[in-house]
Design a protein around this ligand. Structure first.
Ligand code: B1M
Length: 211
């Protein structure tokens, strides 16, 4: 099946049509992870580019974002079926002041698919919420996402709060989001940076094997 149809339909934001195409793909033995990586993710990337280029406007972007979320709700349990085993616990959230959750949820889903127990604490999470979630769930991995240049600094603040609480050394910190870079990750003392949700698990697993 041509998965670019899924990308194109996601761009139009037609949720029902998109669901039908995803069901068709899955029923014709396309792996759910391929639907995600080769259909939905390229579609959402295109939405981002079109908005930036002024070719799409906010209501259209929101329609696509909603269609993406609905598709993720449908695909998530199937991605779990691909689980590789119990890889540990991860806490993930979007930092304070930031309401973007599509990339964060994709990353969460990829980690779930790879066998992590994922505690998704949601969007607009204060520095304190991150620290409390780490204390409560005792994860081996903390993931933070930021999509705004103005909210990126919260990531460094969370890391500092973890140090103050004496728990920084107990976890691996991975960060991501469109404006985030490898250099920024090093600057704030994060362990890992992933440019996209697809590579996040691989980068993490490689790091954990070496450390
Ligand atoms: Co917003 N927005 N937005 N937005 N939005 C951006 C980010 C922006 C770049 C658009 C632009 O101007 N070109 C711009 C930020 C500019 C900047 O800071 N430099 C922007 C702005 C300005 C705003 C508002 C301020 C607009 C306004 O109100 N005037 C406002 C802010 C609200 C707030 O957060 N306080 C706002 C609002 C919104 C919507 C609500 C309309 C909607 C969000 C819906 C939602 O998330 N539920 C929205 C959207 C959809 C976008 C764009 C178009 C798309 C973001 C997205 O979902 N991309 C975005 C433009 C763009 O990115 N080009 C934009 C698809 C997603 C799959 O990619 O999230 O980057 P992304 O995730 C990737 C990787 O980054 C990575 O993996 C993902 C998949 O491979 N990744 C991780 C992300 N997190 C990770 C964590 C990891 C690992 C990898 O480990 C933990």
């Amino acid at each position: 099946m041509d998965l670019s149809k899924i990308s194109q339909t996601l761009i139009t934001g037609k949720s029902d049509e998109l669901r039908q195409l995803i069901e068709e793909a899955v029923n014709s033995d396309v792996k759910p992870v391929d639907v995600l990586n080769q259909g939905l993710l390229p579609g959402m990337d295109a939405v981002g580019q079109k908005w930036k280029a002024g070719e799409m406007f906010m209501p259209e972007v929101l329609r696509s974002a909603k269609a993406m979320s609905k598709s993720m709700d449908y695909l998530r349990p199937m991605l779990k079926e691909d689980e590789l085993g119990n890889a540990g616990t991860m806490v993930i959230g979007t930092v304070a002041g930031d309401l973007h959750d599509i990339g964060k949820d994709l990353a969460a889903m990829m980690f779930e698919g790879a066998g992590y127990k994922v505690v998704n604490i949601g969007i607009d999470q204060s520095n304190e919420s991150f620290v409390n979630a780490v204390k409560e769930h005792k994860p081996s991995l903390l993931g933070m996402s930021a999509l705004l240049t103005t909210t990126m600094p919260r990531m460094g603040e969370v890391i500092n709060s973890l140090k103050e609480a004496g728990i920084r050394d107990q976890i691996t910190v991975i960060i991501g989001g469109a404006p985030v870079t490898e250099e920024f990750a090093q600057e704030i003392g994060a362990d890992l940076y992933a440019p996209n949700a697809g590579s996040a698990v691989e980068i993490t697993n490689e790091y954990l094997q070496q450390n």
